[in-house]
Design a protein around this ligand. Structure first.
Ligand SMILES: Nc1ncnc2c1ncn2[C@@H]1O[C@H](COP(=O)(O)OP(=O)(O)O)[C@@H](O)[C@H]1O
Ligand SMILES: [Mg+2]
Length: 287
């Protein structure tokens, strides 16, 4: 259904944790999957964070640069995914990020075809939604297509003076780029992590961008996602996960609203090319 970009800024506001919480609670009807793609040029940390190194390394974004140069991106892509779903469904998947910021330069020519691919897989069977974690610096320069073509760009910001102050240049740059080259400033919304004195309304006023949803300050649940702490029985019902589930619903509703608004009036119904083979068989490292 969608490509959703999640952007952080300096000061570790919680972009990766929020992206993972959204992915884990993403509402999935049968025949749908969601992928968290770690598109942070500074490197991904889910494999050593949430997964605490429990999955084999070696998979992920760093293998896609060469594949893109040799026109083998779409085959290579499915082999890099790790299954994070808790059922047999293989419907919550991770594309691990770079393991060293030095690899970012090799991705320069891969971002455009990768964005094409991420946008195109909503039309495969099953259909895929993609949540792209852009980190502090991603979605600019060579990877700006991820922002310009996303259905929604969500900036995670903490409601502290420091959080808002550090988010300001990031938000400004994203707004300018969306206005000049993307789908417009209204693609941008905030996810506010409540951890300071400012209300969501004050944060929105200061940054000039609306708040789509608020997330609680919930260090215990956040550490499950950021550092692989033991989830425990209460984790799925934690404050963070309950709010993430309602944020995920709002994200989906907002994507639908924007698509309706941006759709050309005379457009024919979108074509849904049937994929020749189910992607299910192509994810060799899931599980
Ligand atoms: N909603 C939250 N409540 C409390 N702590 C959080 C929350 N989200 C993230 N954190 C914590 O903030 C720190 C940075 O999170 P992370 O997701 O890695 O940030 P980023 O990806 O923006 O650098 C981690 O220690 C994480 O556990
Ligand atoms: Mg991060």
């Amino acid at each position: 259904m969608a490509l959703i970009a999640v952007a952080g800024s300096s000061g570790a506001p919680g972009a990766t944790t929020t992206a993972l919480a959204l992915m884990s609670t993403w509402p999935l009807e049968p025949g749908y999957r969601v992928i968290l793609a770690e598109c942070d040029p500074d490197g991904g940390d889910v494999v050593v964070g949430a997964l605490a190194g429990r999955t084999p390394g070696g998979y992920g974004m760093r293998n896609l640069a060469l594949a893109a140069r040799t026109n083998q991106l779409s085959d290579a892509f499915w082999r890099q995914l790790i299954d994070l779903s808790e059922t047999e469904a293989q419907d919550r998947l991770l594309l691990p990020g770079l393991t060293d910021p030095a690899q970012a330069s090799s991705m320069q020519y891969a971002w455009n075809p990768l964005t094409d691919l991420l946008l195109g897989i909503e039309h495969t069977t099953p259909s895929h939604d993609v949540i792209a974690d852009l980190g502090r610096h991603g979605g600019t320069g060579p990877s700006s297509a991820l922002v310009r073509r996303a259905d929604l760009v969500l900036v995670v910001v903490r409601s502290t003076l420091r959080g808002v102050y550090l988010a300001e240049p990031r938000v400004r740059a994203l707004v300018e780029d969306l206005e000049a080259h993307g789908t417009g400033q209204d693609a941008l919304q905030l996810l506010v992590v409540r951890s300071g004195p400012y209300s969501a309304g004050e944060v929105a006023d200061r940054l000039g961008v609306p708040v789509l949803a608020e997330l609680p300050d919930d260090p215990r649940a956040a550490a499950v996602l950021s550092d692989g702490d033991d989830a425990g029985r209460r984790f799925p019902r934690s404050d963070l996960m309950r709010h993430a589930a309602s944020a995920a619903d709002r994200v989906r509703a907002q994507v639908t609203r924007r698509r309706v608004r941006l759709a050309p009036r005379s457009a024919n119904p979108p074509a849904h090319p049937a994929s020749a083979a189910s992607n299910q068989e192509r994810i060799s490292h899931a599980g």
